[in-house]
Design a protein around this ligand. Sequence first.
Ligand code: 3HC
Length: 283
Amino acid sequence: MEIKKVGVIGCGSMGAGITQLCAQSGYQVVVSEINDELLKRGMGFIDKVLSRSVEKGKLSQADKDAIMGRIKGTTSTGDFADCDLVIEAAIENLDLKKKIFAELDGICPPHAILATNTSCLSIIDMAMVTKRPDKVLGLHFFNPAPVMKLLEIVKTIATSDEVLETSQKFGESLGKTNVTAQDAPGFIVNRLWLPFLLHSIKLYEDGVASREDVDNAIQLGLGYPMGPLTLADMVGIDVVKFVSDALYEQLKDPRYIVPTLVDKMVAAGWLGRKTGKGFYDYK
Ligand code: 3HC
């Protein structure tokens, strides 16, 4: 099956990044938000990122205009009626995602693939509210989606081989390297990354080293693009907590228990870059 038109549900940081990436790769994209204000903010973010590329001389103004021209913003899910693939990138709430999948199933054409960008929720639970569980799978992008080279493709026990193959070709068309995982807690990346991240936070919480030294040690000692505390601020402390709690709930493995500091930061609203304060100040 050929994918020509892509739908994206949610224009937050992941949804906006996925929208930009798909439009840059030549797809027609329709992206939805729950209200005009959030849609305007998400579209404005894409416009800003692309304008920066024009200023840096990495993209021509004409190419930027063409990319923006391929994106249609909407607040109506009815606009997904002619999509070949819809990628859900709403907030991490299983009941909400199930509601979205049931609605999409009624709107999208029978051949359409329905994908979720979830980091940690059970994908078969989303598939089973539709009449097409064989066409449901996970397409897990990494933040920032237009830049990170990986696409984690997550197959449930019901996903068909044909849908998997179409999704792998789609990932390649976006310039990503695909990895395939089963619908198991945390898939590959979060399953391996979170114990390391939470351990880094604990080291700082215990006063073993300053936040800068924890970050410099990993960034410079191991050649990572950014230190773990800086990365946690970028991903969002609330997201780190949600995904870790979900993995602990499913695996009962103490390596996924968040340090007390994470709970306190969430309670204080220190959620990282998006709130202007996390492990570091961004104001
Ligand atoms: N959206 C789009 N493009 C972005 C962007 C964003 N939010 N942030 C940066 N970029 C682009 C820049 O425009 C720039 O593009 P250019 O090379 O064409 O000019 C390029 O990325 C590099 O950006 P900068 O020069 O500003 O900064 P850096 O070279 O320091 O790179 C970084 C920034 C790409 C974020 C890099 O530090 C990095 O790779 N960090 C690690 C990110 C990471 O690990 N992400 C995974 C998080 S885990 C996750 O998402 C899973 C989830 O389930 C929790």
